[in-house]
Design a protein around this ligand. Structure first.
Ligand code: RAM
Length: 908
């Protein structure tokens, strides 16, 4: 404890709650706990306490089938359970029943010997647990009304029904082939859009559950549904994939009604429904947009007294429904609204609105005019160097909305079955004022968890851009981009970004869902398709199945989710697919332990200004090198996963495989001087980050990396695979200052170059738009592509210093070890972890002093590393208040101390 006397510890907050509070109770990872189809869901809660050093020592959970927790209604009482765990505790009561609602409470005991009262009541509702619970029939249009495959009119379906009694509760269970929008008695049901989302449809099709109690009445009712092409039938990818999942749209819908007298009713999709495709949506395609003719609207079509005599019959179809799963990802909703910041005419004369942000979703149009007037809205991410509307980078995607007025006063229109990525909207057919347009931002509803801010406004804009890149590309699946004829679940992009994603937002539900699709679309040989859901017609299987750094998402993402959210069950569920992938590579590599021909994309979009003298582009990393490096990395992570899951034999075996790969890798690629045969930044980064070099060569290799960066005047040259780890490798090897040089570099290639060019999202390419405002390669140049946003996690983990302790899980124990730079005046970050809010910030004060402000949530502990002040010491510090701190010791980076929960301020 000898250093204690050097410190000044201030107790920040002396107003103390006498009690620990329980907040944010959740079931599984669901933010909307409805329709859970997990037999034993898991329950989590957070503790709040203003005192320091609070740990939970025991909990008791009780679950009841009614809101009153009377003994006879309890389906589970855990009893007092000695445990420090407050996340993901498995329900262990009597078997839960299909469609039933359950209520739960928890109380906890803490290390001060106190217990809380029972918490507030939270609830969840079970989905349909058995195929037999589906009583409805799939309905499809009969041939005359069928939108043929080259016809993308929306289909409308309807049915009148009568309810006889007072309704106490009602639920709608719905899914479709194609997108659906369900309405009851004239009102859209629920807030979700683009339902039923996108999954590996043949194996997994999500259904949604809605509480529709208030939308129904005793007496006459009507249900109406519009079906659009959606991911099921739209033309997908750039490879002419129209109708990839099936030729016919279809609906499966059942509404369950419970009456006050205890009786019940069902409203089911069946052969008695009526259909038409003569409604207002004349064209709908995900990439192309929508053509909506309001003169074709059928007033009251989804209400009870509508005359449906012009509508045709439907046919019923049989599917085995084995692929139905309750929707468990974050729900896609309208999240926020933007107004244009400017309306102007381009040099070519187009009338354009600037939304001020490259956003994803669509426009709500408000317009008044004569019947039959046609208005066309086109979308673009950028303007060209003349200030004209630029759409070449959308490739074949039309991204166009056409609206024909019905001429009945003010008309409001929003598309239903398409979305676009855009900042600029060009409008034809009307005059334009700000009030005519509203940008509707649409994405998976993930709770924001992370903030980062520092004294450099360009870096703050970068953080903004990273978060908007995530918003725009997390739309039920992690897409690479939201604008061109692609928008696919590119596995490499998701792999590169998932760690950053998990700082910015709670992505636990989002990845739990998508990783099941990854496993579902895994090929029998263990390879992972380039995109998931897999729609490239096995183009990849015919060339290089997987591609190193892409297929590895199957290992890297579950491991990251496990670390972040402490979800061991997710790891357990994904483990077979993780292992199968490594086994796939192992078979290819055989006894050589080198994976040859395993990569098609290499270090995708690395920066190549010129060809070097060998005719290889400067910055290039050998593809076989990349493949073997990722083979080693995934093997090491499967070993880690096996250790966590108690699979000791596997752990031992993969540990040995890793060592063999490492040996072969060194023999093949590394010289005795630590030079790597493929002499690029990414080559050094991968070898160092994946622990592939012998200890005595690590410093040398890191030095070569730094030399390369310096020789480029502090520029990076890395692509999708090297970039996420670049700054981490520099930090781990003592070059955080060089990492800051890269972060703060304003000339391309760099993270701040696009910011200086006015970017509001992350670009696909380092130099997507040149200094002279001309564009790169029109074929593939997205301005909303999150992969390079993977620098975000370095900002959280190193600049602010919030870092997982991989021996614990879900931040039960973590590190606070900021590495400040004199190039910034301050930096601060917060992270709402599964246990509650973590905060870490620093600022330089007068005379070279530093001030650190930190927050550790109840029921966790952190190891704090205090960095040196500007003068390189800890001078002037003395201990005032140390409650909650223990085990002070000096390390190379600074002073290390163990801290219990609470808020701390340090200044020296
Ligand atoms: C393009 C995109 C995507 C990338 C693939 C390899 O389609 O840039 O992000 O993962 O190529």
């Amino acid at each position: 404890m000898k250093y204690l006397s050097y410190f000044l510890f201030l107790l920040l907050n002396s107003s103390i709650f006498a009690q620990v509070q329980i907040t944010e109770m959740t079931c599984e990872h669901q933010q909307n706990p409805m329709g859970i189809d997990v037999l034993n869901p898991r329950l989590s809660w957070k503790l709040k306490a203003q005192e320091r050093n609070i740990l939970q020592t025991a909990y008791q959970i009780r679950v009841s089938s009614t809101q009153a927790f009377e003994k006879k209604n309890l389906v589970w009482d855990s009893g007092k359970t000695p445990s420090g765990e407050s996340i993901l505790q498995v329900y262990k009561g009597t078997a839960l029943q299909s469609g039933k609602m359950y209520f739960w409470q928890v109380k906890v005991w803490d290390n001060q010997g106190r217990d809380t009262d029972w918490s507030n009541t939270a609830s969840w509702e079970m989905g349909l647990l058995s195929i037999n619970d589906w009583k409805a029939q799939w309905i499809e249009p009969t041939t005359q009304a069928l939108p043929e495959i080259d016809n993308s009119k929306a289909l409308m379906l309807r049915k009148n029904f009568a309810l006889k009694n007072k309704i106490v509760s009602a639920r709608a269970y719905v899914t479709s082939h194609g997108y659906y929008e369900l309405s009851l008695n004239g009102q859209k049901v629920g807030n979700e859009v683009l339902t039923p989302g996108w999954t590996a449809y043949h194996k997994r099709l999500q259904y949604q559950v809605y509480d529709v109690t208030k939308m129904l009445r005793s007496g006459a009712n009507a249900v109406g549904t519009m079906l659009g092409e959606g991911w099921f039938r739209s033309n997908l990818g750039w490879v002419n994939n129209k109708g990839y999942y099936g030729k016919r749209l279809g609906l499966l819908c059942q509404i369950y009604v419970k009456y006050a007298d205890g009786t019940e009713d069902w409203v089911l999709s069946d052969g008695s429904w009526k259909a038409t495709n003569e409604g207002p949506i004349k064209v709908n395609e995900i990439y192309d947009g929508e053509n909506y003719d309001a003169t074709r609207e059928m007033k009251g079509w989804n209400e009870a007294n509508f005359n449906e005599s012009q509508w045709t019959n439907v046919s019923t179809a049989i599917f085995d429904n084995k692929n139905l799963v309750a929707s468990e990802g974050a729900k896609v909703e309208r999240i926020e609204e933007l107004k244009p910041i400017k309306i102007f005419r381009t040099p070519k004369g187009l009338l354009v609105a600037d939304m001020g942000q490259n956003m994803v979703g669509w426009i709500r149009l408000k317009v008044t005019g004569a019947k039959g007037t046609k208005i066309v809205l086109r979308h673009a991410e950028v303007l060209d160097k003349f200030g004209d509307f630029y759409t070449e980078n959308l490739r074949k995607a039309k991204c166009m909305l056409t609206y024909t007025l019905k001429g009945e006063g003010e008309e409001t229109y929003e598309p239903r079955f398409t979305f676009m990525g855009f900042r600029y909207v060009a409008i034809e057919g009307m005059d334009l004022k700000t009030e005519n347009l509203t940008g509707i931002v649409v994405h998976s509803k993930m709770t924001p968890t992370g903030t980062f801010e520092c004294s450099n406004s360009l870096v703050n804009q970068l953080q903004h851009n990273i978060q908007w890149g995530q918003k725009g590309n997390f739309v039920d699946v992690p897409t690479d981009c939201p604008q061109r004829d692609e928008r696919l679940g590119w596995t490499g992009d998701a792999q590169a970004f998932c760690r950053t994603a998990a700082y910015n937002f709670d992505v636990s539900a989002f990845f739990t869902k998508w990783l099941k699709d990854v496993a579902a679309d895994q090929r029998p040989d263990g390879s992972i398709p380039w995109v998931v859901p897999d729609i490239l017609n096995k183009m990849d299987a015919a060339t290089v199945p997987g591609s190193a750094g892409w297929g590895d998402v199957v290992v890297i993402a579950p491991w990251t989710m496990y670390l972040t959210y402490g979800d061991k069950q997710l790891l357990e569920n994904q483990y077979p697919s993780m292992k199968a992938y490594v086994e796939f590579i192992r078979k290819k590599a055989g006894d050589s332990y080198l994976w040859k021909n395993g990569s098609i994309f290499g270090d995708w979009l690395f920066y190549k200004p010129v060809m070097d003298s060998h005719g290889e582009p400067d910055g290039y990393t050998d593809k076989d090198y990349i493949s073997t490096a990722f083979y080693a990395y995934s093997t090491s992570l499967v070993k880690e996963a096996a250790l966590v899951l108690g699979k000791e034999e596997d752990a031992k075996m993969y540990g040995e495989v890793f060592e063999k790969i490492k040996k072969a890798f060194n023999e093949q690629y590394v010289t005795g001087a630590g030079r790597i045969a493929s002499d690029s930044q990414t080559a050094y980064v991968l070898a160092l980050n994946f622990g592939l070099l012998p200890e005595n060569l690590q410093a040398k290799a890191a030095n070569y990396l730094v030399q390369d960066i310096k020789s480029r005047e502090n520029h990076l040259s890395t692509g999708f695979l090297g970039t996420p780890y670049l700054c981490h490798v520099l930090t781990k090897n003592g070059y955080t200052d060089v990492a800051y040089d890269l972060l703060l570099q304003e000339k391309y290639p760099s993270w701040l170059y696009p910011v200086k060019m006015g970017a509001t999202t992350i670009w696909e390419r380092w130099d997507g738009q040149k200094v002279d405002s001309t564009f790169q390669d029109v074929g593939m140049n997205s301005f909303n592509h999150y992969a390079y946003g993977a620098i975000g996690d370095w900002m959280y983990r190193v600049v602010a210093g919030i870092e997982i302790n991989s021996k614990s899980k879900g931040y039960k124990q973590f590190y606070l070890k900021p590495e400040p730079s004199v190039r910034l005046n301050y930096a601060k970050s917060t992270l709402n972890s599964p246990y509650g809010e973590i905060a870490s910030g620093w600022e330089w004060k007068e005379d070279g002093k530093i001030k650190l402000t930190m927050k550790i949530p109840a029921n966790t502990r952190a190891t704090i590393t205090l960095p040196k002040n500007k003068n390189g010491d800890f001078a002037g510090a003395k201990l005032i208040e140390s409650l909650g701190l223990q085990n002070l010791k000096k390390t190379e980076k600074g002073i290390e101390v163990e801290a219990g929960s609470g808020e701390y301020v340090f200044e020296y």
